[in-house]
Design a protein around this ligand. Structure first.
Ligand code: F3S
Length: 405
């Protein structure tokens, strides 16, 4: 190993890349990673096996982002590791399928340019924020370092899959894909993955995914430091995803240790205990509950899995009503392909709009004053910032709302 200019240890191979021997694009990408690592105090880099690239929607990154990605692609560089990609600004099969959104030809062209550049570098265009459901990710060995953007996916990777990743921004996940490296810091180090504080719920019975979203908000507001919070809760896959997404949206947390889900040993006796009372969750749910008739009901942030879609379909079975696109679910193209005919049939017959490749948050969706009800705290958090009136509604509450709608 050789010592870098500012003090980070670099291998001979890394020195060579920085010197431009593998082209300017790889040198530039590695230089950025080294600089960020040095500013954080990282002593060296670590090889990664996979990158999940976020920040790919034209709505979010605009012309500058498009040009940055294109400049790397035009250099002819290829990704050094397998890379999946977050959702984009519209459904690839039907760009006009997103309601309350104007998507013109120019927007579509710019978004396609971004995809063309990513594809040229070797990205797998999964266009989903749930890379953890794809076989190319679930086959990665526990304990492996990866570099992921998209906070809900980062939390899932660390908490459930036992992969090691920090919360990377879009550009850093791109640079990591190009170089196959990231800085050895944060959650790549074992000692930072050990919980120190346990959050104890006085009553955890019968909580739904929207309750868990609120719990995520509460923990994100009080938890400090990089080490993960510890929790002993029983939650199904839908609640797990909504909880992790809420933790990521409302704060900086990148991992949580959930008893029975997260691998590794914890000395429970050494954990400091903090109580969380159910009445706090209930009063926040009340505050965020539906006050006016929603214009739209939304599920699928993070992208809905096969389970969610089956549960939604079973709720809809109880009614003969059609919703004419007023219930929207966003998911991955892969999940749509895996859905059984029966579930698809029920959703279609009830006028549910199933949209792939995108979501309400990363598309140009909505206007000030539009009323949306969703089971996703994360969507509530981001869509509210656009002036959209968002309320929380769990899937199990859907039947009651439908009756009054
Ligand atoms: Fe995914 Fe969009 Fe939510 S990218 S986590 S569905 S904000």
């Amino acid at each position: 190993m050789v010592l870098g200019v500012e003090g980070m240890y670099l291998t001979k191979e890394e020195e060579r890349i920085l010197g431009g021997e593998e082209g300017w694009a790889k040198a530039k990408a590695l230089e950025v990673i080294v600089k960020v690592g040095e500013s954080l105090g990282a002593e060296r880099l670590v090889n990664i096996e996979h990158a999940h690239i976020s920040g790919v929607s034209y709505r979010n990154i605009g012309r500058h982002g498009e040009e940055l990605i294109k400049s790397f692609a035009d250099s002819g560089v290829r990704f050094s590791v397998k890379a999946t990609v977050n959702p984009i600004g519209f459904d690839l099969e039907d760009p006009s399928s997103m309601p309350y959104a104007t998507i013109d030809e120019g927007y579509v062209r710019h978004q396609y340019n971004i995809l063309t550049s990513l594809k040229a570098m070797g990205a797998d265009l999964t266009l989903s924020c749930t890379p953890y459901y794809f076989p190319q990710v679930t086959s990665i060995k526990e304990g492996t370092s990866v570099a992921w953007g998209e906070s809900n996916a980062v939390l899932y990777a660390n908490t459930v899959l036992g992969l090691k990743t920090n919360r990377e921004g879009g550009p850093m996940s791109l640079m990591a894909a190009i170089t196959g490296k990231t800085y050895y810091y944060g959650l790549h180090l074992e000692e930072n993955r050990v919980p120190r504080v346990e959050y104890v719920l006085d009553n955890k019975s019968n909580m739904d995914e929207a309750d868990y979203g609120v719990l995520g908000e509460i923990i994100a507001s009080i938890h400090e430091g990089i080490n993960p919070p510890y929790l002993d809760v029983d939650l199904d896959e839908i609640s797990l995803r909504e909880f992790l997404a809420a933790l990521g949206a409302a704060g900086n947390i990148a991992m949580v240790y959930i008893n029975g889900i997260t691998r590794g040993r914890v000395k429970k006796g050494e954990l400091k205990k903090e109580m969380i009372y159910r009445k706090e969750i209930e009063s926040r749910r009340e505050e965020l509950g539906i006050k006016e008739r929603p214009d739209l009901i939304y599920f699928g942030c993070p992208h809905a899995g096969v389970d969610d879609l089956r549960v939604i379909a079973s709720q809809l079975k109880a009614t003969k009503r059609k919703f004419d696109g007023k219930i929207v679910v966003t998911t991955s193209r892969d999940t749509i392909a895996r859905l059984g005919k029966e579930t698809i049939g029920i959703l279609r017959n009830h006028g549910v709009r199933l949209i792939g490749d995108t979501c309400l948050v990363v598309s140009p969706f909505g206007y000030k004053g539009l009323r949306v009800a969703t089971n996703s705290y994360k969507s509530l958090y981001y869509l509210s910032k656009r002036g959209i009136k968002v309320s929380l509604l769990s899937i199990r509450e859907l039947k009651d709302v439908i009756e009054k709608w």
